[in-house]
Ligand binder design. Structure first.
Ligand code: GAL
Length: 647
């Protein structure tokens, strides 16, 4: 377990560097990330390289035995490059080439950008080949996959389609291009989604392919850098830092070849009254990407702001608590963004650990306390999270859901969050994994909204249930084939045999709530109502209102040696908890019954026993009975109960 900071020597007068490094050392910083935006400082003019500043910074950290993470600076190509080769810039959906005003905007497919990427990466490789204190490399910064619509992308997309479908006829068939006279009679008629129409008006089959193509382009670009870096650094781990955005690259593809997964973690500073705000969900999802420990390359350190209004500052306890929450859920390193708040540039109000005043204050003191605590927690390194409950995730469904808004307020990740929240409420470890991962070792698999078909996932889920597993499926499953078209069969189509029921009709109810009666109690769902027709399944709950009052809303079916649940609405917390508890009981898995709201339990096991991490993800104190004793937690405090031997 290591604590680090993000540091930008190029933003500060050199006279400050030494005292900054001294302070980091005294505080217990072990890792420093540098250089992800510094291309123009490294290569101020084409072919004129200057690494002297970075060498000095590296030396200062090396003298203090602080390791560094070096980054390739390709997120921000220098202006001389864009001036000479404007074609390296993305073209937006309005057909206009972007202007190099902010950061990013580069086209991952541009041959010029690739060529210059190779030059700067090789230069860094040659220069730092023998550096001894590089802990890892980070490729670029927060790559994602927005729709670039330039000519190069258009050409590559046509090639991608030829490879995938073989003929225009097959593309026309896959896209149902007979609708709206959309049939292609020549490859040159295929374009990126230009025209500025809302994305929801384009053919969803074509749009899903364009999104997949964009995601693959990003992955291919990252792999291109990876191959270059590996030539120079065959033994240093290499990653890229991701985040949750509106145009995410498929995480499972992105990290497949990389050595570990890393993620930028900015939990909220204002706790909402309701909703799923806990970042444990994101942390579990990131741990599941490679099913191993991950790094946080950027962690919340102060008030956010700049391109949006400033938010409230980090409350006492949050800075330390959120970092410990990340470690409990599988982080190996947490780096705080950033050591000191910038005094210039667009981000001057996105606060770091130290304010503009350069006087370390309350937050810095808490950071130092975190460093001390982490040193005492080194036994975590030898423990692991052993989850018996898995939640399935698939990026095709995320993309397709965005391309066709199903109803007001519904989004793909929501049901995953709802069930993550429900199982977490019972103090149960949850893995969030790709829907195509092996399911061996799990007892319960929650498969929310299996919207776009993956043959592999369908087969695995069937096998898992047949062999005795418990599966929980939700509304909007089996809706689309692999091409994002609807299917002329009753829903939930591929899952009908497992669920033992089919959808007679559905009602998209937006943000309205709907009553569901179950075991003599009233619960609530929202957004969606599948009106279910039972075959072999039994009704667990029925709708309590509307023209389908009394019709099944949730079902259970025996399938092979296992059991399959189906819920036709989007459960609000009490309903999801009810289902989670039922499945836990059926699986005979241990769980905690009376944990206060917003207290999170993570159980980690190792040779020395079993450690229970109890985290108060709330701004109110908690005082409750736990494991035969009383436990008191201040806001955002984490306590470790344990060392108990495994039975
Ligand atoms: C991240 C990004 C950083 C910085 C930070 C705070 O998304 O990687 O460079 O911009 O947000 O705004």
């Amino acid at each position: 377990m290591k604590i680090g900071v993000d540091y930008y020597p190029e933003h500060w007068d050199e006279a400050l560097w030494e005292q900054d490094a001294d302070l980091m050392k005294r505080s217990g910083v072990e890792l420093v990330r540098m250089a992800e935006f510094a291309w123009s400082v490294m290569e101020p003019q084409e072919g004129e390289y200057d690494f002297s500043w970075l060498d000095k910074a590296l030396a200062l950290f090396q003298e203090r035995e602080i390791q560094v993470i070096l980054c390739t600076p390709t997120n921000c190509p220098p202006l001389w490059l864009y001036e000479k080769y404007p074609e390296a810039l993305q073209v937006g959906r309005d057909g206009k080439r972007m202007k190099p005003a902010v950061r990013g905007h580069r086209c991952y497919n541009s041959p010029v950008y690739r060529r210059y990427t190779e030059k700067i990466v090789r230069k860094m490789g040659e220069h730092y080949r023998n550096a001894t204190n590089v802990a890892a490399w980070q490729i670029d910064n927060e790559v994602d996959s927005p729709y670039c619509c330039c000519e190069v992308c258009a050409g590559k997309f046509r090639e991608w389609l030829k490879e995938k479908y073989g003929s225009l006829e097959a593309v026309n068939k896959a896209y149902h291009n007979e609708v709206w006279s959309g049939s292609y009679s020549g490859w040159q008629q295929i374009y990126p989604p230009l025209g500025g129409w809302p994305i929801t008006q384009y053919n969803p089959a074509y749009m899903l392919d364009y999104q997949r193509f964009m995601s693959e382009s990003t992955v291919e670009y990252v792999q291109f850098q990876l191959r270059l870096l590996r030539e120079y650094f065959p033994r240093i781990p290499i990653t890229t830092n991701t985040y949750f955005s509106g145009s995410m690259t498929d995480f499972y593809d992105l990290f497949e070849e990389l050595d570990f997964c890393s993620y930028d973690n900015y939990p909220t500073t204002v706790l909402p009254e309701e909703g799923y705000y806990s970042h444990a969900f994101h942390l579990d999802l990131i741990r599941g990407v490679k099913r191993k420990k991950f790094w946080i390359m950027e962690q919340l350190s102060g008030a956010t702001g700049c391109w949006m209004k400033m938010g409230p500052t980090v409350r006492p306890g949050m800075l330390k608590g959120y970092a410990l929450q990340a470690f409990a859920h599988g982080a190996e390193a947490v780096l705080h963004f950033r050591f000191r708040t910038a005094v210039g540039g667009a981000e001057m109000f996105w606060h770091g650990l130290i304010d503009h005043s350069n006087v370390p204050g309350r937050r810095y003191a808490e950071f130092e306390d975190l460093c001390r605590t982490v040193q005492g927690l080194s036994y975590i390194d030898k423990t692991r999270i052993n989850a018996k409950v898995a939640l399935l995730c698939g990026f095709d469904s995320e993309y397709a859901f965005k391309l066709q808004l199903q109803t007001e307020g519904i989004y793909y990740f929501e049901q995953m969050q709802a069930f993550h929240n429900a199982f977490s409420h019972y103090g149960v470890n949850v893995d969030i994994i790709s829907q195509e991962e092996e399911l061996e070792g799990y007892r319960i698999v929650v498969a929310p909204t299996m919207y776009v078909r993956s043959q592999k996932a369908v087969e695995q889920l069937h096998r898992f249930a047949r062999e005795g597993g418990i599966v929980l499926l939700t509304a909007r499953s089996g809706v689309k084939d692999e091409n994002n078209n609807c299917i002329m069969q009753p829903l939930p189509r591929d899952y009908r045999d497992m669920t033992g029921c089919w959808v007679e009709e559905y009602d998209a109810i937006g943000n309205r709530k709907i009553m569901v009666e179950m075991d003599g109690e009233n619960y609530q769902g929202t957004h969606w109502c599948d009106i279910l027709h039972l075959e072999s399944a039994e009704a667990l709950g029925v709708y309590g209102e509307d023209f389908y009052a009394g019709k099944p809303a949730a079902t259970r079916n025996a399938y092979g040696k296992g059991t399959v649940y189906y819920i036709g609405t989007v459960g609000l917390p009490a309903l999801c908890r009810k289902l989670a508890e039922q499945t836990l009981q059926l699986a005979e898995l241990p769980y905690y019954k009376d944990i206060p709201e917003r207290v999170e339990i993570t159980v980690r096991e190792g040779e020395e026993g079993c450690f229970i991490f109890v985290f108060n993800n709330d701004d109110a104190e908690k005082d409750f009975l736990f494991e035969g004793g009383r436990i008191k937690l201040k806001p955002f405090e984490m306590k470790v109960v344990g060392g108990k031997q495994n039975e």
